[in-house]
Write a protein that binds this ligand. Structure first.
Ligand code: NI
Length: 264
């Protein structure tokens, strides 16, 4: 059974068939899903999805592109929601995320500085609650690494989601004990760099993710993505690693349960 570590089922793209789709997961071999918050509203939706579906867990956090939503008041809400629903307290919140830096869209220095401020505050929240963090980093390799070293991210742990950097950077994240979220991009014909990273990574550092509704793998590239497409990603990893697809599914599921501290 597959463990989906990063999905956005609160997204509008699922408004017409969310329930039907989620209820079809088990039969399709998808055992567990972690829905990832990206702003305050989607954090609330994530909590609701956790309540409604036994197999859905959640991460709460604000994405760097929405960092302007954060202030003392919203951060206090986030903290309270994560703490009272955390898996250590019998709840279903298993991580703080997605948090990080995204310089692809935001080029202004003051906006980037605001991203850095809230990345650090949310990372420290993860530390305080003994939860791993789900890191989003795009076009910000150096600043992300510098910040993670400075904050001793190895003491927090977590997943670098939709990993898109070099093998050299991967070595650094590995040293910090981080996991690598691998998704549909791996199946793209232009994913040479990511294929090299997957070849390099030990199997016990890889987790499966979709980032759905985005980044559907080949042969569904460009369509709405869902966890039902994860077998294509597992298959591609199996080819690169020269191993069985079932073995990839088993190991990545164990990895996901370890990083998210899920017992079942
Ligand atoms: Ni995401």
């Amino acid at each position: 059974m597959i463990f989906e570590t990063h999905a956005h089922y609160d997204d509008d793209a699922f408004d017409n068939d969310r329930k039907e789709l989620l209820l079809s997961m088990e039969e399709a071999g998808i055992e567990t899903i972690v829905n990832i918050g990206a702003n305050i509203e989607s954090c609330k939706s994530t909590l609701a999805l956790c309540r409604e579906y036994p197999f859905v867990y959640g991460a709460l956090g604000v994405h760097p592109s929405d960092a302007e939503e954060l202030n003392e008041e919203t951060f206090a809400w986030l903290k309270q929601a994560a703490e009272s629903n955390s898996i250590q307290k019998g709840g279903k919140i298993v991580a703080i995320g997605e948090i990080g830096l995204d310089y692809y869209w935001d080029k202004e220095e003051d906006v980037q500085e605001n991203q850095r401020i809230w990345f650090e505050k949310q990372a420290n929240l993860a530390r305080e609650l003994s939860l791993p963090m789900v890191v989003h980093s795009r076009d910000a390799a150096k600043d992300t690494m510098d910040m993670m070293k400075a904050m001793h991210a190895e003491e927090i742990g977590g997943i670098v989601h939709c990993y898109s950097y070099s093998v050299e950077q991967a070595k650094e994240y590995l040293k910090m004990g981080f996991y690598f979220g691998i998704g549909g991009v791996l199946t793209f014909s232009n994913a040479k760099k990511l294929k090299e990273v997957v070849e390099y990574l030990p199997m016990d550092a890889i987790v499966l993710e979709t980032d759905c509704p985005y980044l559907a793998p080949v042969p569904n590239r460009g369509k709405r993505n869902s966890s039902l497409n994860l077998p294509y990603v597992a298959k591609e990893i199996a080819v690169i690693k020269g191993m069985d697809e079932e073995e990839v599914i088993r190991i990545t599921r164990e990895n996901a349960k370890r990083v998210y501290q899920i017992e079942r």
